[in-house]
Write a protein that binds this ligand. Structure first.
Ligand SMILES: O=C(CO)[C@H](O)[C@H](O)COP(=O)(O)O
Length: 272
């Protein structure tokens, strides 16, 4: 810019400088918003760990960026309170978090009954139906979640919505066996409408490959889908040969903690 500026007329110089000022203030605002969201994730995670993790128990560790804060807090409590906790991971990422924090690693073979599971979500609707799988770990997350009466979800305020799809626009993740991805894609689009593109990797050529060696379709469902129950849609999806699991978590969350912008945390339980 220093090279270009001297060659410009006064009016253009002002225009360039004004744009620079606007860019910087936009960047500052974006950074401030990102910090607020990160703080909201952290406080939700801390509250959930403090309320739900008991000594001498096995706990499921979810996946994603919010769970990192939960693991931080859990590691802190284990050290300070000398807790004996076995941690069962829901993904390669969760396993690494457990090991990195020197926590005790377990699995479902030795610990099939978990006291609680703490996990994130991509969106939570008013009935606490969740979309999960933005990080591609939905199948192991659902298996681990099924091993506890207490699936505790942690999220920032941007994940809270009335209807699924209001906030999370990427679609419902569906894990599929690789050889079946085109037939499954076609069936979903024919039966339910919308589009179900295969998720492509960002730092690798080709598709995202899950921890289970499968592909993911992100089903961008049409608006009329909301006229049906997610339960019946999920049951139909699961029956398509080649579908391993869906990212719809229905009647699974026992409590959802949302971190808010004002620094407080609210928690929601299913309507009775
Ligand atoms: O389902 C998940 C991964 O499969 C995550 O829990 C979900 O994507 C939320 O992640 P984050 O906390 O990074 O927003």
């Amino acid at each position: 810019m220093l090279i270009i500026l001297p060659r410009l007329g006064a009016f253009d110089k002002v225009k360039v400088l004004l744009n620079v000022v606007l860019c910087v203030s936009h960047l500052k605002r974006t950074l401030a918003m990102t910090n607020l969201v990160e703080e909201a994730k952290r406080i939700a995670a801390y509250q959930a760990v403090d309320d739900n993790v008991l000594n001498n128990t096995a706990v499921g560790i979810g996946s994603g960026s919010t769970v990192v804060y939960a693991v931080d807090r859990l590691a802190e409590r284990i050290k300070a309170e000398k807790l004996k906790i076995v941690c069962v991971p829901t993904s390669f990422q969760a396993r690494q978090l457990i090991l990195k924090n020197n926590m005790v690693l377990g699995d479902l073979e030795t610990h099939p009954d978990l006291s609680c599971v703490i996990d994130g979500a991509d969106e939570v609707d008013e009935n606490l139906v969740l979309i999960k799988g933005g990080g591609g770990c939905l199948t192991q997350e659902k298996i681990v979640a099924s091993c506890t009466p207490k699936l505790v979800i942690i999220a920032d305020h941007t994940k809270q919505s009335k209807n699924l799809g209001d906030r999370y626009k990427k679609g419902i993740p569906i894990e599929v066996i690789p050889l079946a991805y085109v037939p499954v894609q076609k069936k979903i689009e024919t039966i339910f409408g919308g589009q179900a593109p295969v998720r492509m990797a960002k730092s690798k050529a080709g598709p995202v490959v899950t921890d289970n060696g499968n592909f993911i379709l992100d089903w961008q469902f049409p608006p009329e889908t909301l006229n049906n129950s997610w339960e019946s849609i999920n049951n139909k999806l699961i029956l398509i040969p080649g579908v391993v699991e869906t990212g719809l978590f229905i009647n699974m969350a026992s409590r959802v903690y949302f971190g808010l912008q004002d620094g407080s945390v609210i928690s929601k339980v299913p309507k009775s």
